[in-house]
Unconditional design. Structure first.
Ligand SMILES: *[C@@H]1O[C@H](CO)[C@@H](O)[C@H](O)[C@H]1NC(C)=O
Ligand SMILES: *[C@@H]1O[C@H](CO)[C@@H](O)[C@H](O)[C@H]1NC(C)=O
Ligand SMILES: *[C@@H]1O[C@H](CO)[C@@H](O)[C@H](O)[C@H]1NC(C)=O
Length: 484
């Protein structure tokens, strides 16, 4: 009996378990299997190997399934070989800023000082990485003599698919809803319509925004957290709680089995999970995330520390794709991953069952660079094989990467120009990593088909610390395995 005499349903099941090279080999055997692979094989592969990416989300649906698989395969291979193009996205800014990044399917926005820099994604053709060009800048300071208004937080929110609306928070406490107005003139100033929205009392400013589906979570520096449904017209759909610590970062997760908000603060228990029930944020945490050692100590013996970075886990993590996995970046330089589903067993183990309060959780995985205890300032997940964690650190513009399948084999990269700066904000897509230092935004691109037209042009300035090899798109960066 030959393989091709099997019923189609069975053959489809067989295809499901195959990798890219196996599908290619199978498609080369005969007409029937070739058309099976093209009809079912590539689509099945894409379904079980998701590679979420904002920058590619509007282009990919127009590509053939085989082309999408090829893009992902070439990207995954480039990640395995540390083969990427490193580029600053702009010349350094004046002074030392604390910028933040926001991304949507059409744009990357860098908010630095009083200015939004809008980089738009473009289409260079089927199977090629999208281009990135500076669409324009928008300054919240209109006259040169006006004092600067530092932006402390920015996030895209839903706007009916126009994909141009952000919430922007300022150090003076104000919050504005800003709609960028597209301009035909590349790289020039763009205009925006601005609406002032209610802010926190007493000039308390927003340190972090987190947006999910239709809801916005705002976390103030002193620890007020507000959850509001931007689609709902009545105020009753919003709720506010006090986290009661100097606060840094928030993560809103509405698509998990129990919706929750996670908060990173400076305290003896710097990460708490607060459940959301009937759209209301609960003031009582359901879980507290501890270090391995901390979970065994009485709370009054814990040292004060801080968590500055929060993210969902990469989709292809060993725990499966779940919104119940939280990745956290700590002051002690360790990235700790927690499984909120594992709550029951940990509480028994730690002997805190008599306590009816929040469940103490220990990490399911801890990642660190044994040669560096630099605080982690930002974390984001995705990358090659959808299994990477990126962490921006406090000094030397270093970003550390780990593949969660091989957690002991991390590596780090010093950003182009080697700015003596933290990496304040990071975004990891499937083929691209975006980061920003006090001086400039930069990209590491692992995708195929990169050309000189992919990136904004950079004019050379003497003494900016950048080195570019002749004929290469990439600027020199130092890549160091953590084991070295
Ligand atoms: C803006 O931020 C910079 C750098 O963090 C700081 O030096 C400057 O004083 C800030 N300006 C205002 C008006 O807060
Ligand atoms: C937000 O409000 C809209 C309109 O009332 C509603 O349809 C939607 O389900 C709400 N979203 C959440 C997360 O509760
Ligand atoms: C969240 O869940 C809704 C409905 O269950 C789904 O349509 C949406 O794509 C999910 N969003 C994300 C970001 O997973």
């Amino acid at each position: 009996m030959s393989l091709t005499t099997l019923p189609t349903d069975i053959l489809i099941l067989v295809l499901e378990g195959l990798g890219v090279l196996e599908l290619i080999a199978l498609s080369s055997t005969c007409h029937k299997l070739h058309s099976m692979v093209y009809e079912f094989g590539w689509v099945g592969y894409l379904r079980s190997n998701p590679r979420p990416s904002y920058g590619l989300s509007s282009l990919r649906p127009k590509w053939s399934p085989r082309c999408r698989v090829q893009y992902d395969y070439l990207t995954d291979t480039a990640w395995e070989k540390f083969n990427f193009v490193a580029r600053p996205l702009s010349r350094p800014w004046q002074g030392k800023l604390q910028p933040t990044l926001a991304i949507s399917p059409s744009r990357l926005v860098v908010a630095a000082g009083s200015t939004l820099y809008s980089y738009k994604f473009g289409n260079l053709g089927e199977g090629l990485s999208p281009s990135i060009h500076l669409e324009g800048t928008f300054s919240f300071v209109e006259e040169p003599h006006e004092p600067s208004r530092n932006i402390t937080g920015a996030t895209f929110v839903q706007d009916g698919g126009r994909d141009r609306t952000l919430y922007v928070a300022f150090q003076d406490g104000a919050i504005e809803r800003v709609m960028l107005i597209a301009s035909e003139l590349n790289g020039k100033t763009i205009s925006a319509t601005r609406t002032i929205v209610p802010s926190f009392p007493n000039f308390d400013f927003v340190e972090s925004f987190s947006f999910d589906r239709d809801s916005l979570l705002s976390l103030s520096s002193t620890g007020l957290a507000k959850l509001e449904n931007l689609s709902a017209s009545d105020e009753s759909s919003s709720s506010m709680i006090e986290v009661k610590s100097r606060s840094w970062v928030s993560l809103l997760s509405l698509n998990s089995s129990t919706p929750y908000a996670a908060f990173g603060t400076s305290s003896t228990t710097p990460v708490a999970i607060h459940p959301i029930t009937n759209t209301q944020l609960s003031s009582v945490p359901s879980a507290i995330l501890y270090t391995d050692k901390g979970v065994t100590l009485p709370t009054d013996r814990l040292p004060s520390t801080a968590v500055y970075g929060l993210s969902h886990a990469p989709p292809s993590s060993p725990w499966g794709s779940s919104k119940e996995i939280v990745v956290t970046g700590w002051f002690d330089g360790v990235v700790r991953c927690y499984d909120l589903r594992s709550s029951t067993c940990t509480s028994l183990e730690s002997g805190r069952t008599q306590n009816p309060g929040p469940i103490p959780l220990r990490p399911v995985m801890s990642l660190s660079d044994k040669w560096s205890e630099e605080p982690i300032y930002s974390v984001s997940c995705g990358g090659g094989s959808s299994s990477h964690i990126a962490a921006g650190t406090a000094r030397h513009s270093v970003v550390s990467f780990w593949d969660v399948r091989y957690p002991k084999e991390g590596w780090k990269v010093y950003a182009p120009g080697n700015d003596p700066s933290p990496v304040y904000s990071v975004i990891l897509e499937s083929s691209r990593f975006f980061g920003v230092t006090q001086s400039r935004p930069f990209v590491y691109d692992f995708g195929p088909g990169l050309t000189a037209n992919t990136y904004p042009p950079l004019t050379h300035v003497r003494g900016d610390g950048l080195k570019q090899r002749r004929g290469s798109l990439s600027f020199s960066v130092m890549v160091v395995p953590h084991s070295h």
